[in-house]
Design a protein around this ligand. Structure first.
Ligand SMILES: [Zn+2]
Length: 110
């Protein structure tokens, strides 16, 4: 929403703030995926994400579950200090499950 509209219409200011908060929340969610991707590497991330979609559907897939649960903490303003480590540990756990299904080595980073 253009900033000028917020100045001329008070209700637009509320909408601008709501939209900005939603954008930040979505941005945070996507950053969780960036850390997951960074931890797992391209092949393991895509395999984990795809298998999660096939096994559990979008909302219940493990990498999405992690992103949504951390996004909720972000929206409440209670993101843990060791966030990156939590995401990396969670991604490692997802990969261990995926590796069992596809028969890939579980340990180590790509
Ligand atoms: Zn997501």
């Amino acid at each position: 929403m253009p900033y000028q509209r917020c100045l001329t219409r008070p209700e637009a200011s509320v909408e601008f703030l709501r939209t900005t908060r939603e954008f930040e929340s979505l941005h945070f969610h996507e950053l969780v995926h960036v850390v997951q991707w960074s931890r797992l590497g391209v092949d393991r991330f895509l395999l984990s994400y795809g298998l999660g979609l096939l096994q559990f559907g979008y909302e219940q897939s493990p990498l999405e579950q992690m992103a949504y649960s951390l996004q909720q903490l972000f929206e409440r303003g209670s993101v843990p200090n060791n966030l990156v480590r939590i995401i990396e540990s969670g991604a490692d756990g997802v990969w261990k499950q995926v590796a069992q299904v596809v028969g890939a080595p579980r340990a180590g980073t790509p």
